[in-house]
Design a protein around this ligand. Sequence first.
Ligand code: SF4
Length: 114
Amino acid sequence: MVIDDQTCMVEFALRTMSFYAHESCGWCIPCREGTDWLKKTLTRFHAGFGTRSDIDNIQYLAENMLGRTFCPLGDAAAMPTIAFVKKFRKEFEDHLNGMPCPFAREGVPQLTVV
Ligand code: SF4
């Protein structure tokens, strides 16, 4: 997957987690609760209502999903989330100013997650 430097990685993390939360069959708790909790937290965070502790909590939760689910979907949701926070922490911190996504551009629709 190729992603340019104009892409908000918090939004990309949210899009990714929305997919996994939708696909989770709900059989095991770390996947069912973890993907839903991460989706809700990333939604709030991307909207500009995140806190600094959310960043560590997102990583902590994803790390605790890893290896604790019945099928690979839980790991598949956790691994990119851990990488998003580790490699793009600055972009997460840029969302802490109480404003909407700093990557928002005119003409580019903002993510709507249902
Ligand atoms: S890890 Fe697999 S089995 Fe467990 S809830 Fe997720 S999709 Fe279902």
